[in-house]
Design a protein around this ligand. Sequence first.
Ligand SMILES: *Cc1c(COP(=O)(O)O)cnc(C)c1O
Length: 385
Amino acid sequence: MTMSPLGPSTLAVHAGAPSPRIEGSAVTPIFQGSVFEHTGATEYSAIRYPRLSNLPSHRSVCAKLAALEGTEAALVTASGMAAITTAVFAVMAGGGHLLAQNTLYGGTFTFLRDVFKDIGFTYDLIDPTDPSSWEGKLRDDTLAIYTEAVGNPNLVVADHTAVVDFAQEHGLVSMIDSTFASPVNFNPAAVGYDIVLHSATKYLNGHSDLAAGVIAASEEWIDKIQPRLTHLGGTMDPHSCFLLERGIKTLVLRVERQNANALAIAEHLEGNPAIDRVHYPGLESHKGHTIAKELFRGFGGMVTFEIKGDGAAAAAFIDRLRLPIHAPSLGGVESLVTRPVTTSHLAMTTDERAAAGMTENMVRMSVGIEDVADLIADIDQALAG
Ligand SMILES: *Cc1c(COP(=O)(O)O)cnc(C)c1O
């Protein structure tokens, strides 16, 4: 009997489970060992060792992630930045030029700005919403184009179809950080992206208790990236594999609730006299709405809004909130709220932040899975002061 392709909720629960089950266990046990008996391996990569990402703990969570992203293979890493830096290093090995979107996660931006020059790589930033401007930034040695599914913190949506077409036309590797979308809302490989990256610290794990990253791609790319990960050493430890696998099982339920909560909050805030502007791809007023509607199954759990007034007004609003935790990061079950200029993008200069569209009065909310009526009531009391 051939089964029709399984849906994402089924894959999140079942995909990658060891077969046969290990000692009958419904969950993949934690293979905490770092030493395994030599059983005749004739290749280095077949020697069982945690840093080689080849314990049963790695195999099951990697297979689950590949199934969810619709790629042939996947790797897990010790953090999102380990996934990003390892994959970029593998793609750019030998030196070359990268085109990257101008609204990047702060850590990725400072990696390009501060580390690329030390390792002989170069980059230029592009406006991901303006494909006509990209060709002018191409160089003979351009190797790759790098975007984010939804940009941080303005929730800019790149013209992803144009990115993939541009990459194919010019022989570039297309890479995307899909953390904000999660595989529930978007599968970048399905539109043609070569390498999909995640900070699994966020939605994939979803419980604010783990640092983790993911690289999902074809077998061919994973075979090239895996030795880099082995050498650079940003491998995931077995206990983290277990936590990530457990977290992913509820991914679809969590993200669907977060999508619904965030949309309700964005709609509630839009037009509120205490708010200058709401940034959410699910709103028709958002510049990326048309592309988001076409490509995404949901608009995500991140809402950014600008409080009327200055940075102090935004800080006072945050202080008055009772439910969301005042904290950077995102993607967990609990709502979080932060001012990006004071946290995620602190390492950027004022000019760099302005160029990425960030303002002092901007508040970014990672909407959790709470009852949305409670979140809205809390926001309203905090706005009323
Ligand atoms: C958090 C984050 C990262 C970095 O991930 P870590 O797990 O903190 O290393 C990269 N990209 C995006 C979009 C993120 O939100």
